[in-house]
Design a protein around this ligand. Structure first.
Ligand SMILES: Cc1cc2nc3c(=O)[nH]c(=O)nc-3n(C[C@H](O)[C@H](O)[C@H](O)COP(=O)(O)OP(=O)(O)OC[C@H]3O[C@@H](n4cnc5c(N)ncnc54)[C@H](O)[C@@H]3O)c2cc1C
Length: 384
């Protein structure tokens, strides 16, 4: 057994959501173990080279996202690349509204580029500071469930197969691996085939070089879309992207390639089918069981309240979803999967798991009022 210890909370996946969830549960005084298959924290934001922090505001000058998500951005850009617009660095409320009405997104919304390499180091240092145990190179392979409760997880590590036991589990794998392997209901997403790398010599080494598929993405022509759940689709997407980039390099269209992604860049792989599912029509609607709210990066003035019931499946007693796998479809999934909201839902999932452990209750049987009080004491906004 990893660490020979039963943790209060085990988090699977060390993307922005998993890191946020782990910090969140640790701040509730829980013992936390985070397991990650890669050798770096950050998931798509670092290994996937996605280094653009989508908006933390509503596009009308009002900040919606606070808490660990904002703290994560601030820590990421403290000593490195930082393109937060001036009105969000030091501006007044009036200046933010004026910017929202007059300037383009990258100068008016609460956004930033960041260094993916620095973020991965920031996250490891931060998790250690919060007392979270971190295990890299641990691939989840199996989930044991009894009477709706996860009893243990099995990981492939360099030591062979090892088990992890905890009182509550958080699935932050970006592909709902724990729910799926535990036979809880999940649904697959479809994706434009795309491949981004970082290149230098074309003006901005932090910018991505996009290779293939964007036209399909823009046009929403789903005929060429692929799921991210098979070995074949992952290999096709990654290998064709690598070779296409190399051809462009050979042809002199790219001067230097500075980094290649080390995880496939599928936007929506798999999500849970939760007790309720957030959908596009829920934009700007008040949800009875809302726990947090995030803006839609595609449209000014649009936001989604994220309900408690989107974090768990009925029947799953001690398992919570975090990040881009929460129960959402259509534009609600597209809007809530981005980095700031993945980190935000990670924090919420961490509070749910911690409370369930504290009260010895199922993750679905908690009092919403108490979860909200915890979140509000951390500065989280519940309603839009
Ligand atoms: C092409 C593309 C462009 C995007 N553009 C932007 C953008 O500009 N701005 C923005 O804010 N967002 C963007 N996004 C979305 C955003 O990057 C992600 O949705 C977000 O980072 C997801 O975070 P997460 O922590 O939920 O999941 P992930 O980042 O996927 O993290 C999941 C982690 O779990 C680990 N894991 C998975 N399976 C296992 C297993 N079996 N065992 C152990 N560990 C496992 C993975 O290695 C990974 O570290 C983009 C996404 C894509 C694909």
């Amino acid at each position: 057994m990893i660490g020979n210890r039963v943790y209060d909370v085990a988090v699977v996946g060390g993307g922005v959501a998993g890191c946020s969830a782990a910090i969140s549960s640790a701040r509730e005084g829980k013992s936390v173990l985070l397991l990650e298959r890669a050798l770096l924290l950050g998931g798509l934001a670092t290994c996937g080279l996605v280094n653009w922090w989508e908006p933390m505001c509503d596009g009308r000058g009002r900040q919606l996202i606070f808490g660990i998500s904002e703290e994560m951005l601030k820590r990421a850009i403290l000593h490195s690349y930082n393109t937060v617009p001036p009105c969000w660095k030091s501006g007044t409320a009036e200046e933010r509204i004026l910017a929202a009405n007059t300037l383009p997104k990258d100068q008016s919304r609460y956004v930033s580029r960041f260094s993916p390499t620095v973020l991965s180091l920031v996250l490891l240092d931060w998790l250690k500071e919060e007392g979270v145990d971190v295990v890299f190179d641990a691939l989840l392979t199996d989930v044991s469930v009894k009477n709706g409760a996860v009893t243990s997880l099995r990981f492939a590590t360099q030591n062979g197969f090892e088990r992890v036991r905890a009182r509550a589990y958080i699935d932050a794998t970006g592909s709902a691996e724990v729910f799926f392997r535990g036979n809880f209901p999940t649904e697959e997403g479809k994706n434009a085939v795309c491949y981004f790398a970082h290149t230098a010599g074309d003006g901005d080494c932090r910018k991505w070089k996009f290779v293939g598929g964007e036209a399909a993405w823009e046009q929403k022509d789903q005929s060429s879309f692929l799921t991210g759940t098979s070995r074949e689709n992952i290999n096709h997407t990654v290998q064709s992207g690598q070779l296409r980039l190399y051809r462009e390099y050979q042809a002199g269209k790219v001067q230097e390639i500075t980094a290649l992604p080390t995880m496939p860049q599928f936007r929506t792989i798999r999500r849970i089918v939760g007790k309720s599912t957030l959908c596009g029509e829920d934009a700007n609607a008040q949800m009875d069981d809302a726990l947090c709210v995030g803006g839609d990066f595609t449209e000014k003035g649009k936001w989604f309240e994220i309900p408690y019931s989107a974090f768990y499946c009925e029947g799953a007693k001690n398992l919570v979803a975090a990040g881009r796998i929460i129960s959402a479809i259509g534009q609600a999934w597209n809007a809530t999967r981005v980095i700031p909201i993945a980190a935000l839902t990670g924090e919420v999932a961490g509070v749910i798991a911690a409370r369930a452990v504290e009260e010895k209750k199922s993750v679905s049987a908690l009092e919403i009022k108490k979860i909200r009080e915890d979140l509000q004491s951390r500065g989280i906004l519940i309603h839009g």
